[in-house]
Ligand binder design. Structure first.
Ligand code: FAD
Length: 361
């Protein structure tokens, strides 16, 4: 049995833990829980119409989205955690044809996009009555993931299988050694999945890491509409997307605040522009905006080229970070690929990223 430690219980670390072969590894997961992006986020899984031109990122995001049906079955995810809800995309009418052509093109390689249809203003308003009528493009394969609910479910599953989950901050002393509460602990394998904290964890060992933190805020509204669980996700123009969940919960997000970096305090000045652009879409803004019940804040990790990276730094040390604003889409698949490497020696990731030395020196 090999002793394996995971540092970071966000979407990568927790998925990895649940895919590891427990006949081969004795697993301990450490998570300090501060500023975690996964817990703050919720969760558009719909990467196909992104304007990004990075082909490796697109391949990873496309395959990450295609991985969800397997994830759903492997971990018995309930609709409160993940649901293929469909995605409504709102753009000025003259851009919808262009998007439709792009979606049809991408569907050849990504059939999981599902049905693509133009909705009239009235049809779109029937899907989400909160919004005033305007035409939209509907993609039936889009989904939504509640990051917090996903982690709770996977954490319970991991504990039930005998894994140790320790809520504590740790330091990396050597490639195979951690300091936990003043005590040194040796491992056969260590996997670092700490989001933007990777730089701080690796720098005492002399590594330079291309990672920067970015603050993100997500707004939680509680409406009295009992049908929100059946609504699709709405991708609006600008940053303010609308992600509905069951029992009246509607999330609006998210901000992208580079200057605020590690700050975890809700800031109205920063999230007000989200509400202003949302108001143009709402049927009754003055009513909806009074139902704000919570503001979630998390810290995303970005690399200079906005691309995730993951893999082995040494025989004993693996890393994954830099998931940016699409980590709910790519994170579970990255966790699975890392587990496949540790369990079986498979390394199926060269198509998805540049080599690690682009990010870690
Ligand atoms: C507001 C917001 C909205 C988002 N919306 C979407 C979306 O709609 N779709 C999408 O695909 N993505 C979205 N994202 C992005 C996505 O949430 C992230 O990319 C993803 O969750 C990152 O996962 P991770 O596992 O790499 O890191 P994290 O979830 O940040 O987890 C890292 C964990 O490591 C812990 N840690 C760090 N250092 C240590 C240490 N020394 N010891 C112990 N523990 C440590 C941290 O406390 C944290 O809990 C959003 C992000 C935010 C903030």
């Amino acid at each position: 049995m090999q002793k394996l430690a995971i540092i970071g219980g966000g979407i990568i670390g927790m998925t990895l833990a649940n895919y590891l072969n427990l006949n081969k590894f004795e697993v301990t997961l450490y998570d300090e829980g501060v500023g975690q992006a996964t817990k703050a986020s919720a969760g558009i899984i719909s990467p196909w119409l992104s304007k990004r031109r990075n082909k490796q990122w697109y391949a990873l995001a496309k395959d990450g989205a295609a991985f969800f049906p397997k994830l759903l079955l492997d971990f018995s995810l309930t609709p409160d955690i993940y649901q293929k809800s469909g995605t409504l995309i709102f753009r000025p009418e003259n851009q919808l044809d262009e998007l439709w052509t792009l979606a049809e093109l991408h569907r050849k390689e990504a059939p999981e996009i599902g049905e693509i249809s133009h909705l009239s203003a009235l049809e779109a308003a029937e899907k989400i009555p909160l919004l005033r009528p305007q035409p939209a493009l509907m993609i039936s394969g889009g989904g939504r993931l509640d990051g917090q609910a996903y982690l709770t479910h996977l954490s319970n599953r991991a504990k039930a299988q005998g894994m140790l989950i320790v809520e504590q901050s740790v330091r990396l002393i050597k490639e195979n050694q951690l300091e936990v509460g003043g005590e040194l602990k040796n491992y056969d394998q260590i996997v670092l999945t700490p989001g933007p904290h990777l730089k701080q964890l690796l720098s005492p060992l002399g590594y330079q890491v291309d990672i920067r933190p970015q603050k993100g805020q997500l707004l939680v509204f509680q409406t009295d509409d009992p049908h929100t669980g059946q609504w699709p996700v709405a991708m609006l123009e600008g940053e303010g997307d609308l992600i509905p969940f069951a029992r009246g919960k509607v999330l609006i997000g998210a901000t992208h605040e580079n200057e605020q970096a590690w700050d975890l305090a809700p800031s109205k000045i920063a999230y007000s522009p989200l509400l202003e652009s949302l108001a143009q879409y709402l049927r009754d803004p003055s009513d909806f905006l009074t139902h704000l019940t919570d503001v979630r804040v998390g810290t995303r990790a970005y690399t200079s080229d906005f691309s995730p990276f993951f893999g082995a730094v040494t025989d004993q040390l693996l890393v994954a970070s830099g998931l940016g604003s699409s980590g709910l889409t790519t994170g579970p698949y990255i966790g699975y690929l890392l587990a496949d490497f540790l369990n079986n020696g498979n390394k199926k990731w060269s198509n998805y990223q540049k080599t690690l030395d682009h990010y870690i020196r």
